[in-house]
Design a protein around this ligand. Structure first.
Ligand code: ADP
Length: 328
């Protein structure tokens, strides 16, 4: 079947994938393979913008490859690779930085948030994070970028950067990409407040053991107004309930909806049910992941092959970019 176009997305190897990554992005990575030519990248250079101690970087990169492959990335057709294995992206990043007003970067809400989270590590690379992301997207002449909603400002930025480049150099070499979110574009963390994120440590890893999963689920904040077991709860404001809707059979969701409102079911019981359903849904993924983990050479070979294929596309684009910029 002829493919509709090209998909690209990146994920940072700052730890193993969590439920937010999975529901917000990885599910689309997998689904889009049926209709698009897909390229997925473990963005280790992006991770360097916030990670100072790189002792776990290689291991995390490998773990993320396991997560993506076990989730259903098919490396025979899809390109899966590590960002730093394609050096062309740093060249395009430098070129795109020349068409990027600095104020636009420092105004981005994502940048301001990172500064708030980590005021002692506001490095030059962190400011340029969206430029590097624009370079990645543009390098592969991407049509569609599957991401969570938190990435919307970066996607808009990437589109504007491409327009600025094409205008400045009077060319149409680079392409504007569209964003694609899933039905769950923002998953909240176990705190029930902030976006689920590794850096906030409010996440549930999809590769966790059933016991670890249960432990994390039991920590989840539910309806804050429901203090005692006999208080009626409000599922409409409960993060556990919103996840039940994804992982729990419909009849049970309806039962919880009714029983919570009249204190017929307590939060502890509700969470245990959720953890059991989540563990059940993730079981095939965890089995595949364990199988892959027993073949590290195969995983490394997949990443090497992916990098080789990605470099070929990247170099073609860079030839056109260098010509447009009049670089010798
Ligand atoms: P993190 O924010 O945990 O460090 P990344 O920045 O590497 O994760 O994000 C990888 C992908 O997962 C991106 O497409 C991002 O939009 C998506 N994503 C991350 N967290 C969430 C979330 N809580 N809900 C939905 N999507 C998310």
């Amino acid at each position: 079947m002829a493919k509709k176009g090209r998909v690209f997305s990146g994920i940072r190897p700052t730890g193993r994938a969590h439920l937010g990554n999975y529901l917000g992005a990885i599910q689309n990575y997998v689904a889009l393979q049926d209709e698009y030519e897909c390229i997925y990248c473990i963005v280790d250079l992006h991770a360097l913008t916030t990670v100072e101690d790189t002792i776990n970087l290689r291991q995390n990169t490998y773990e993320m490859a396991l997560d993506l492959l076990a989730a259903g990335i098919r490396p025979e057709e899809t390109i899966l690779f590590v960002q730093s294995h394609v050096p062309q992206v740093t060249e395009l990043h430098t070129i795109l930085s020349m068409v990027t007003p600095l104020g636009k970067l420092t105004d981005l809400p994502t940048f301001k948030e990172k500064v708030r989270q980590n005021p002692n590590n506001v490095n030059y690379g962190l400011v340029g994070y969206p430029v590097l992301m624009s370079a990645d997207i543009a390098l592969y002449k991407t049509d569609v970028v599957p991401v969570g909603i938190d990435q919307a400002p970066h996607l808009e930025f990437a589109r504007e950067t491409v327009r600025s480049f094409n205008y400045r150099y009077n060319t149409n070499v680079l392409k504007e990409a569209a964003m694609k979110t899933t039905e769950v574009p923002k998953v909240l963390g176990i705190d029930g407040k902030e976006k689920m994120s590794k850096s906030l440590d409010n996440h549930i890893e999809i590769a966790a053991t059933p016991e670890e999963t249960l432990q994390r689920v039991m920590m989840m904040v539910t309806d804050p107004q429901r203090i005692r077991r006999q208080d009626p709860g409000n599922p409409d404001v409960c993060n556990v309930f919103s996840l039940h809707k994804i992982f729990t059979p419909k009849e049970d969701v309806e039962m919880i909806n009714v029983e919570c409102r009249r204190a017929g079911i307590g939060c502890v019981d509700c969470k245990k049910r959720f953890a059991a359903n989540l563990n059940k849904a993730l079981e095939p993924f965890r089995t595949r992941r364990a199988e892959l983990a027993s073949q590290p050479d195969r995983v490394m070979a997949i990443l090497e092959d992916g990098a080789r294929r990605a470099r070929a596309i990247a170099e073609e684009t860079m030839k056109e970019v260098r010509a447009a910029v009049q670089l010798p």
